[in-house]
Design a protein around this ligand. Structure first.
Ligand SMILES: C[S@@+](CC[C@H](N)C(=O)[O-])C[C@H]1O[C@@H](n2cnc3c(N)ncnc32)[C@H](O)[C@@H]1O
Length: 203
């Protein structure tokens, strides 16, 4: 595998030195998509929120700033991501911010716990996506929101050829899967160059 390919493959599950470099890049590189996507949501005070596949923790930090007296949880399958997210959110860690290692397939949270769950640039790597969406549904409150943000969509084979184990979905495919999981009021938003956000509500 070429160096570039092994670097980009770190997106899926950052590990070691290359993983740490990738996390640093992603915290900056994903900022425009995340700021745009979070701007679509009417945030309320005192929300309990979760960022799945939290990577280096930049989204957790944004969520904390966007809701007064919030509690923000982060989870990621990668140990390296968890360490970085904890470092980036050190000031609020274990007070308002809680980060742990784990997979979206089996989330260590109670039913109906969250007002908002976010997933930025990560659904591409979730195996058994329909089951994962049901797991997200389980931990949301009634009226809670699930927001998926991504910039690799449908026919984007450039990334899927380079990053092993990556699947690109179209927003419409995700909308159907969210509906199958029980979500309602799904909206698809798009912004150039290739940003997409899909937001659904748990009834
Ligand atoms: C491309 S990175 C995006 C990180 C962050 N959301 C951001 O926008 O910078 C994808 C992240 O999803 C995590 N991930 C992949 N599969 C996961 C799973 N099954 N459960 C939880 N996290 C997962 C990876 O470890 C990685 O940190």
């Amino acid at each position: 595998m070429g160096l570039l390919k092994s670097f980009f493959s770190q997106c899926a599950r950052p590990e070691g030195f290359l993983g740490r470099v990738m996390l640093w890049f992603m915290n900056f590189g994903h900022a425009p998509l995340t700021n745009w996507g979070l701007g679509l949501i009417e945030m309320r005070d005192k929300w309990t929120m979760l960022d799945i596949g939290c990577g280096g923790g930049a989204t957790i930090k944004r969520l904390l700033k966007s809701s007064k007296n919030a509690q923000v949880y982060g989870i990621d399958i990668s140990e390296e991501s968890v360490a970085k997210a904890q470092k980036v959110n050190a000031e609020a860690l274990n007070k308002q911010v809680f980060v742990c290692q784990g997979s979206v397939e089996k989330l260590p949270y109670k039913d109906g716990m969250f007002d908002l769950v976010t997933a930025v640039e990560t659904v591409y790597f979730w195996t058994n996506l329909p089951d994962c969406l049901q797991e997200v549904y389980r931990i949301l409150k009634s009226g809670g929101l699930f927001a998926i943000m991504m910039e690799v969509i449908g026919s984007d084979s450039m990334w899927t050829n380079v990053v092993e184990g990556m699947t690109a979905y179209s927003p419409e495919e995700l909308k159907t899967m969210l509906s199958d999981a029980g979500f309602i009021q799904m909206e698809i938003y798009r912004k150039k160059p290739s940003y997409a956000a899909i937001i659904g509500v748990k009834p």
